[in-house]
Design a protein around this ligand. Structure first.
Ligand SMILES: Cc1cc2nc3c(=O)[nH]c(=O)nc-3n(C[C@H](O)[C@H](O)[C@H](O)COP(=O)(O)O)c2cc1C
Length: 443
């Protein structure tokens, strides 16, 4: 079954989305917007709501971009795990996938908060493990410089191992709560982890009981060599940045091909490329929305955004001249930027054409048309082993999400690509992932 998630930012996924008349009137610190989106998605049986995250306020050195607030910059947002604890109380089925960095947080705290969220949501928690894309985040955590990629990923892998070991601290049946005998728990059904590694020393056990899913689902989004390897080693969901079907197919084969050496079947990881959906009842309606949104962005703002995305300054370049190539690899995120530059080279795009292509999707892939055209594209990618599903980005919230649920979901169901209702109560059930074994029951 095709897996579907959506990016839950209330600003929408298009740089001009929040200014559109059909967007939320205000979004800053509005719990109600988040609940409304989760409930709309749940009506359409969407598997998960995903929230990206970071810890630095970005773009303060680019006043135009800072003032316009691009959807990925998040100058004022809820901490996602806390937020999802609230959203969980207003929803029943949708998975809640929050981002937390292994570079600046300790594995014990990560294990604890996601285990709590899994309990609070009755088995719907997912952790998007990132190593932090934005280099300025370091300055909020007592470090002058962002850790280099090799160290970040080494730390990430160790963190992941520790988090999972902590999630396995308690047996499912450890808490007896027997009033007659006075035994609250069974001391033989818990263990410390006594981890001593390069980056962390953690005794354990975790002070949260084994969770409804056994372990929350682990997502990743890294696209570098180290990122792909870590996804093959331990990811269960992977967000991609491929900008063409051929590129998505190559990445799909590459990453799945790395899994057997870790003893993992390829089906244990669901690869979900980002997809911006511009859908209308007719193709003309989708075109109209697309045009309206593109007109909400000035060329100056567009070039500023493009510079941010590719990781070097494009301002001042001739808009009609060829898109410049990267002067070198940056320390932070480069995957989306690389994908944009590859596309510009492949298709011989000018600076203007590049940003016109990039802005609708903010760097990922775009589909535009009526429900059949949108479903055709999604089915084609899915059937051609370019993906296991999609991480949907909605240009205008809540309109685009509602349109997707009302127009595209029925078409996907008609084709048998999506189930008529949720397959089970947990995120694992809905993603078709096997539950992890409780090591106490296995031995
Ligand atoms: C769909 C998607 C969502 C992402 N969300 C975040 C995020 O919330 N926080 C973050 O620091 N990085 C995020 N990233 C960036 C990745 O974690 C990663 O750092 C980036 O793709 C560069 O890959 P690399 O770290 O393997 O070089 C996201 C990437 C993608 C494709």
């Amino acid at each position: 079954m095709m897996v579907l998630g959506f990016t839950g930012g209330a600003l929408g996924g298009h740089l001009g989305g929040w200014r559109h008349r059909d967007s939320f009137p205000t979004t800053t610190m509005q719990l109600q917007c988040m609940i409304e989106m989760a409930q709309i998605a749940e009506r359409g049986g969407i598997d998960m709501m995903f929230l990206a995250d970071g810890n630095g306020v970005r773009q303060m050195d680019r006043p135009e971009l800072f003032a316009a607030n691009s959807p990925s910059d998040r100058p004022a947002v809820f901490e996602p795990v806390t937020l999802f604890a609230a959203v969980a109380q207003h929803t029943k089925n949708i998975g809640l996938v929050a981002t937390t960095t292994t570079t600046y947080e300790e594995p014990f705290s990560i294990a604890r908060k996601f285990a709590s969220l899994d309990h609070l949501s009755a088995g719907r928690a997912g952790w998007n493990l990132v190593t932090t894309q934005y280099v300025e985040d370091s300055k909020n955590f007592g470090r002058d410089e962002h850790m280099g990629r090799v160290d970040r990923y080494e730390r990430a892998q160790e963190s992941l191992d520790v988090v999972r070991a902590l999630w396995d601290s308690w047996a499912t049946d450890a808490f007896l709560q027997d009033k007659s005998t006075g035994r609250y728990l069974d001391p033989s059904r818990v263990r410390t982890i006594d981890h001593r590694g390069t980056h962390f020393s953690v005794k354990g056990p975790l002070n949260v009981a084994r969770t409804p899913q056994g372990q929350p689902v682990v997502f990743m989004a890294g696209q570098s060599e180290a990122g792909k390897e870590l996804a093959a080693y331990g990811g269960e969901g992977l967000f991609g940045t491929a900008s063409s079907k051929a590129q998505a197919q190559a990445e799909y084969a590459d990453i799945k091909g790395r899994m057997p050496k870790y003893g993992r079947p390829p089906a244990a990881l669901k690869i979900l490329p980002a997809l911006s959906v511009f859908v209308g009842r007719t193709e003309a309606e989708a075109d109209a929305l697309f045009g309206e949104l593109q007109r909400l962005i000035s060329p100056t703002l567009a070039v500023n955004y493009l510079s941010k995305l590719v990781g070097f300054d494009v301002t001042g370049a001739d808009l009609e001249g060829p898109m410049p190539q990267s002067p070198g690899e940056s320390v932070g995120g480069t995957a989306i930027g690389r994908s944009v530059l590859d596309m510009a080279t492949r298709e011989g795009l000018s600076v203007r054409r590049t940003y016109e292509r990039v802005l609708p999707s903010m760097g990922g892939n775009t589909v535009k048309g009526d429900p059949v055209q949108v479903a055709d594209m999604m089915e084609d990618w899915y059937a051609s082993k370019a993906c296991d599903g999609f991480m949907l980005s909605m240009p205008v919230q809540p309109r685009s999400l509602r349109d997707f649920v009302e127009l595209v979901v029925p078409e996907l169901r008609r084709r048998g690509l999506r189930p008529p209702e949720y397959l089970g109560p947990t995120l694992r059930d809905n993603m078709g992932l096997a539950p992890p074994t409780d090591p106490f029951l296995a031995s």
